[in-house]
Design a protein around this ligand. Sequence first.
Ligand SMILES: Nc1ncnc2c1ncn2[C@@H]1O[C@H](COP(=O)(O)OP(=O)(O)O)[C@@H](O)[C@H]1O
Ligand SMILES: [Mg+2]
Length: 156
Amino acid sequence: MKQELPEPAATGAFAERLSAVLPADTAGWTLLLEGELGAGKSTFARALIRSYGHEGAVPSPTYTLVEPYDLSGRIIYHVDLYRVAEEEELRYLGWTDLEDGLRLVEWPDRAPGLAANADLRLSLDYAGNGRIASLEGLSTRGRALVEELADTQSKD
Ligand SMILES: Nc1ncnc2c1ncn2[C@@H]1O[C@H](COP(=O)(O)OP(=O)(O)O)[C@@H](O)[C@H]1O
Ligand SMILES: [Mg+2]
């Protein structure tokens, strides 16, 4: 599905709509966040994390690689692979230790193997002064969720 995002607030609103259709238990889910520098990947991740009740800062994981959140039992891992040069580095990062959470991954192209086990891919593209989002389901449950979200959109 596609969604026009004319200004930053629309990116946040779209993240909130996604959070409303994600299941109560998102352990093991992976959302890939694609797009050029400044496309709004972090803006989207920040809004999603806040929509689950986080009130503090949402620091960039560019240097730490992973920023964890525990929001009333919902674990979220905000991951940024910008500085990862080789897929193998994911092992040092402890990717398999992140199974208990929802993984939001910026720059997933650094580890092409991730897509095989991911659920959703959000691609953000520049469109004039705004952005356009394309959300694609990569797994069975991911595709079902995108359909559900598209349904809520058409009822607006
Ligand atoms: N839908 C939008 N339209 C216009 N500007 C946006 C939109 N969404 C986010 N932005 C702005 O673009 C920039 C995106 O930065 P950021 O989220 O850090 O991008 P990324 O993580 O993809 O590099 C921010 O300045 C933000 O305010
Ligand atoms: Mg970013």
